[in-house]
Structure formats: C-alpha cells, structure tokens
Ligand binder design. Structure first.
Ligand SMILES: O=P(O)(O)OC[C@H]1O[C@H](OP(=O)(O)OP(=O)(O)O)[C@H](O)[C@@H]1O
Ligand SMILES: Nc1ncnc2[nH]cnc12
Length: 166
C-alpha cells in the first residue's frame, strides 16, 4: 500500500514526462523559488527548478542544514516531525512553488508553506506527483492551490498499514 515512486525513476521516459508536466505548468509564471521537501521532494524539485530558471531551496529534516535556519514542527499520522530552511536564501515577495512526491495528511506541505511564509515568500502552488484524497490533506492547505498528477484512492496511510501488520 506504500505509494513508492522509485519504479517511476527507473523509466527515463516516464520520469522525464513527469517533470515536463510540471515544467509546462510553471514556466513563464515568474516563479523564482522551487522549494523541495526532504527526501523525495529532492528528486522532483531540482529538475523543475532548472527547467524554469528558479533557485532550488531544500527544506530539510532537523540538524541537516549548516548555518542559520528557521524550523517548523508538524504533526504526522502519528508523532511529530520538523522541517528546517536556511535563512537568507529567500527574499520577501519572491514567488515560490513547493514540490514533494506525495500529499497524505498535508502536514508536511503545511509546514513547508509556513517556513516560506515566515520569510515573506508568496506561495504560488504546491505540486505533488501523488495525492491520497481520502486523507483530506488538500483541506489542510488553507486554500492554497495544490496540483497533482495522480489521485490514488483506497491506499493506506502509514498508521493503517501499521495497524494491519499488528
Ligand atoms: O502529507 P503528509 O501526511 O505530511 O505526508 C507526506 C509526506 O510523507 C512522506 O515523507 P516522509 O515524512 O515519510 O519522509 P521521507 O520522504 O524522508 O521518507 C512524503 O514524501 C511526504 O513528504
Ligand atoms: N501511503 C503512503 N505512501 C508513501 N508515502 C507516504 N507518506 C505518507 N503516507 C504515504
């Protein structure tokens, strides 16, 4: 039930087509920042950033980025996690796209948008390859637009997977 994007990466045409769909949507939209979420947002974010001529800003799990960072905690399906972003890479008023592989509950994308908002970036959209609509993550995005390529129904979230394996 885990929605694994690694088979997509083994098919160069499918991988390129995936990136190109995002590039077509975002080129010419005056986006200067693509923020990618560790870890799987680091796979799709950089090629999109390069193709649309934007900077790539990594949003990382705690204690991975050297230098001054701001942090944002968030709630996962169970437990908490945290994302960090370098201070200084984003200027007030810059237009940002947030990229990840998948939205489940939406907590991760919310934290990413909070970080960018705290330094004055304008969030244009969030972009993911896969959405798990049953987990209603889209509803947590405070009205910010979300663009996805695939809606995947009847998948388990990790809490359900854990329960089923017990
Ligand atoms: O919408 P949410 O409920 O917040 O879940 C979505 C997040 O979960 C996965 O990452 P994970 O936290 O498993 O980290 P990883 O990419 O480092 O494995 C996925 O890549 C998203 O970043
Ligand atoms: N079902 C799922 N598959 C892959 N990544 C996830 N992150 C949260 N739920 C997930």
């Amino acid at each position: 039930m885990f929605q694994d994007i690694t088979p997509l990466l083994l098919d160069p045409k499918a991988f390129k087509d995936t990136v190109d769909l995002f590039v077509e949507r975002y080129k010419g939209k005056n986006i200067s920042i693509v923020a990618g979420i560790e870890a799987r947002g680091f796979i799709f974010g950089p090629p999109i950033a390069l193709a649309i001529g934007a900077k790539f800003v990594p949003l990382r799990k705690p204690k991975k980025l050297p230098g001054k960072v701001i942090s944002q905690e968030y709630i996962l399906e169970y437990g908490r996690d945290c994302l960090e972003m370098h201070v200084g890479g984003v200027e007030h008023g810059e237009r940002a796209l947030v990229v990840d592989d998948l939205i489940a509950t939406g907590g991760t994308l919310c934290a990413a948008m909070d970080l960018l908002g705290r330094v004055g970036a304008e969030i244009v959209e969030c972009a993911c390859v896969i959405e798990l609509p049953e987990l209603k993550g889209r509803e947590r995005l405070n009205g910010k637009p979300l663009y996805v390529l695939i809606e995947c129904f009847e998948c388990c979230d990790s809490q359900k997977m854990k329960e089923e394996n017990e």
